[in-house]
Design a protein around this ligand. Structure first.
Ligand SMILES: [Zn+2]
Length: 230
């Protein structure tokens, strides 16, 4: 999953107000951020076709055990950053849950390439991505519903609403070209594996994207206030 991961990010934004939306934006993509870092060093990321399925070599960042470990690390970074503040332990659990939600949503869409632990041959993935347009709609709805709900529950200058929807639109376009089109090409037999983005440029652009998306939403978040609270 790609843009749909941002869906659960709004979970706590209006509750405790501890976990900011931009914190959550980083947490839900922590596994892919780790993936990009490992891909920088060539440790993960190779795409291959196994029984006609497009799968990725992601044993560390996307195994079940790896996901739990990454969730713990992400939550610990949060806890250490906000140590001593009220609710930081609650924030720890929320960040851990948000980070682990990445694995649950990936389980839904990935073809079987999520191992139980690094090196395990037990691969999981329900393969919703094989239904290119259905999975596109699921991802767009996850992101779109979350942002619509956040905008409805917060108030701010009108340009922040416009900017948020522009952001959603750009993400929907990125989703199409990075996931949907790849699946359609694969099913049409025209996918050139060698032409898929890979290596250092792919890893760097991924990192810039994840950090940039969190920075942008954090900036918009700073301009908006929660509607129901004084
Ligand atoms: Zn992922």
């Amino acid at each position: 999953m790609f843009i749909g991961h941002y869906g659960p990010a709004v979970f706590d934004v209006l509750r405790s107000g501890k976990v900011k939306l931009w914190h959550a934006f980083l947490a839900v993509q922590a596994m892919d951020i780790v993936f990009c870092i490992l891909a920088l060093f060539g440790l993960e990321g190779a795409a291959s076709l196994v029984d006609g399925n497009l799968v990725f070599d992601i044993p560390w960042s996307h195994s079940f055990v790896g996901a739990i470990f990454i969730a713990f690390i992400a939550a610990s970074i949060y806890r250490l950053s906000y140590r001593g503040e009220r609710g930081s332990m609650r924030g720890f659990w929320i960040i851990a849950a948000l980070a682990f939600s990445h694995w649950v949503l990936d389980l839904l869409v990935h073809r079987p390439d999520l191992p139980f632990y690094p090196g395990s041959t037990f691969m999981m993935g329900f393969g919703l991505w094989d239904y290119a347009w259905a999975s596109y709609i699921v991802e767009v709805l996850l992101l779109g519903t979350a942002i619509a709900w956040w905008l409805a529950k917060t108030t701010g200058p009108r340009w922040t609403t416009v900017a948020a929807w522009l952001f959603v639109t750009v993400l929907c376009v990125l989703q199409f070209f990075s996931i949907t089109k790849t699946t359609l090409d694969q099913q049409a037999g025209t996918l050139d594996l060698a032409a898929l983005p890979s290596g250092v440029p792919f890893a760097v652009s991924g990192l810039i994207f994840f950090v940039g998306a969190a920075a942008l939403i954090g900036w918009l978040e700073g301009k908006r206030a929660i509607a129901d609270r004084p």
